[in-house]
Design a binder for this molecule. Structure first.
Ligand code: ZN
Length: 363
């Protein structure tokens, strides 16, 4: 009877579903400023109160400061690679040859018969979503990246793709001689041009459009409805861009993203691991400001201001580049107790894999 009890406990601790929320460039300084901007106080974001919190360092094999390609590769494959490389091992590089393909957490989920999805308000063939489903030596090869959607290495490939970049992806696949719409239909995927057009009873879907302001909330809710139909479970990655090229908009987006994470975490049953992290931080510094007042934000990153522009009063100094300090990891659900201390970005892969109850096998 002891054995039965232990087995039941073990089963309960496994995650049926994993949802990875990725705030691209959403470093800790940006999260802190978003809390103050949105709520006039620090620590007001839901993700700052999730039960398990850690720091994650984000370097790539070559650099202390990563780009999104190497950053996301580390998170979804558990191995660091060179900047610019999508889920391939060294010596792969944008100006070099291919490296060995690194098996992603999405591919593990496909191999185990789960449903899988990726959502992004950036180009769906851009580095972060691409690292989940594709393997290329250069993130610039948009056509080659997207064409891997219907040539999966495991299972039947990513089931649900919703995001930006329609025009660019159609052009890029055409450039390499591929009829994307034909290939998608042949692979059993319906192709739509908006979130609203995707029916709730859809099974395998690609929805692409060109709209930075598309409703990520609605897309996530729809994705969960569709992916939840698989009784074995699902893996879903939701990326929202937090680069502060428009500072107020970036902080407002953090608050919206945080609401989405809170709603999703409450809605998902106890057998789902919900994770938030960033692929890297950004040069965003709160330098002044009085408590009780909103922080004064520049209209654009300070360093791109033209010399003849009047001096703007701003409490925040924003550069133009990623930075190398640690980012936040926040988590709840089965497996989230391993989110603690100062982690490597590669540790997140193992945390997700073991939450499902799997171990790393042949790649
Ligand atoms: Zn990034």
């Amino acid at each position: 009877m002891m054995l039965l009890g232990a087995t039941t406990l073990l089963a309960q601790q496994r995650a049926k579903n994993v949802i990875l929320f990725l705030g691209d460039a959403g470093g800790i300084p940006t999260l802190n400023a978003a809390s103050i901007h949105g709520y006039k106080e620090p620590r007001a974001l839901y993700l700052q109160h999730m039960p398990h919190i850690a720091l994650s360092e984000t370097s790539s094999t070559s650099s202390w400061v990563t780009d999104s390609a190497a950053g996301m590769t580390a998170i979804v494959t558990g191995q660091k690679t060179d900047n610019g490389v999508i889920s391939q091992a060294p010596p792969a590089g944008p100006a070099k040859e291919d490296g060995a393909n690194l098996k992603t957490i999405l591919e593990y989920a496909e191999e185990h018969g789960l449903s899988t999805g990726v959502i992004s308000n950036m180009n769906m063939a851009d580095a972060t979503p691409a690292a989940c489903y594709a393997h290329v030596s250069s993130r610039k090869n948009i056509g080659d990246i997207f064409a891997q959607i219907w040539k999966p290495r495991f299972g039947d490939g990513v089931d649900l793709v919703i995001g930006n970049g329609r025009k660019k992806i159609l052009e890029s696949t055409k450039e390499i001689g591929v009829d994307m719409e034909k290939e998608l239909l042949a692979s059993g995927r319906a192709f739509y041009d908006s979130v609203a057009a995707v029916p709730d009873d859809a099974r395998r879907v690609v929805a692409l459009f060109d709209d930075d302001d598309f409703d990520v909330d609605a897309a996530t809710a729809k994705a969960i409805r569709i992916l939840s139909k698989n009784r074995k479970g699902f893996f879903l990655m939701v990326e929202w861009d937090l680069h502060p090229s428009k500072p107020a908009r970036a902080l407002d987006t953090v608050v919206k993203f945080d609401h989405l994470i809170q709603r999703t975490a409450k809605q998902m049953d106890k057998n789902s691991l919900v994770l938030f992290t960033a692929d890297h931080s950004f040069d965003f510094r709160l330098k002044s400001g009085k408590k009780g007042a909103d922080i004064a934000l520049p209209s654009a990153p300070n360093v791109v201001k033209k010399a003849d522009q009047p001096e703007e009063k701003s409490d925040v100094v924003i550069g133009t580049a990623h930075t190398g300090e640690e980012v936040l990891v926040a988590a709840q659900g089965p497996g989230s107790e391993r989110v603690t201390g100062v982690l490597s970005n590669t540790d997140l892969f193992g945390i997700m894999l073991s939450a499902y109850g799997w171990s790393a096998g042949k790649r």
